[in-house]
Design a protein around this ligand. Structure first.
Ligand code: ADP
Ligand code: MG
Length: 240
């Protein structure tokens, strides 16, 4: 589904990604953990071309996303992204936040887009708030709408960048529960997270990044139970 080969990214003389390789199979949930500044967000941003990689290759369903003829609109329909800050449009209702890209990018008529939005909102437990505005929702509810907006486009893969980091603690579980349920439906997911209990319980594999490289990757039991690298052990022990 997603194949990243020897990806490099530099900002000026800051070499942020130093040869990252990673494979995600269809239906897998892969968690990426690692200290702040290790390049996790940059890696995700390269995957939907919010950033252009300096070198290396990213294939989504076998297609090179950096190919000259890759259409960004089409690409971003296939590669969804959910951010830490929910990035909902404050002046649009929940329903219209979810249908906007369906109508403007996919050119789906409003009535049909509303039906798709209804289904997506139902999946995240937010159908009852379709007429509300983002400002009337809690952070956790806004993030669930952000996830609904992403799944409504039926992407091949969804990238999550610390989806619960900006939430009050009591909101975190609801969002993680929605993500567990999505996983059960077979959506391929890459999740950058500090929620180690989630990473351990919900992932097919876990990737530890530090200093712009993948230090170690494995099953949750391997990575959390028997880390092979001193840097992994040090990171996990710092979390207490
Ligand atoms: P993480 O998500 O793991 O915390 P990031 O990918 O956000 O790490 O950042 C990795 C490094 O890249 C940091 O040193 C950061 O300062 C740098 N960086 C990230 N985005 C930019 C940017 N747009 N311009 C310049 N440097 C950046
Ligand atoms: Mg980040």
């Amino acid at each position: 589904m997603l194949d990243i080969n020897d990806l490099h990214k530099t900002y000026g003389d800051n070499h942020v990604l130093k040869g990252v390789s990673l494979s995600v199979r269809k239906g897998e949930l892969v968690s990426i953990i690692g200290p702040s500044g290790s390049g996790k967000s940059t890696l995700l941003r390269c995957c939907n071309r919010m950033e252009h990689a300096s070198s290396g290759q990213i294939l989504v369903e076998g297609q090179d996303i950096n190919a000259a003829d890759a259409k960004l609109d089409k690409l971003r329909q296939r590669i969804g992204m959910v951010f830490q800050a929910f990035n909902l449009y404050p002046h649009l209702s929940v329903r219209d936040n979810v249908t906007l890209a369906l109508r403007k990018v996919k050119k789906i008529p409003r009535a049909q887009a509303n039906e798709i939005a209804e289904r997506a909102l139902t999946r995240v437990g937010m159908a009852h708030k379709a007429d509300a505005y983002p400002g009337q929702l809690s952070g956790g509810q806004q993030q669930r709408v952000g996830i609904a907006r992403s799944i409504a486009l039926e992407p091949a893969i969804i990238l999550f960048d610390e989806p619960t980091s900006a939430l009050d603690p009591e909101m975190v579980d609801g969002v993680l529960q929605v993500m567990r349920e999505l996983r059960e439906t077979g959506i391929t997911m890459v999740v950058v997270t500090h929620e180690m209990a989630f990473a351990r319980a919900a992932s097919d594999s876990v990737v530890f990044m530090d200093g712009g490289v993948v230090v170690e990757a494995g099953t949750p039991d391997e990575l959390f139970g028997a880390p092979k690298h001193a840097r992994t052990t040090a990171f996990l022990s710092r979390l207490g």
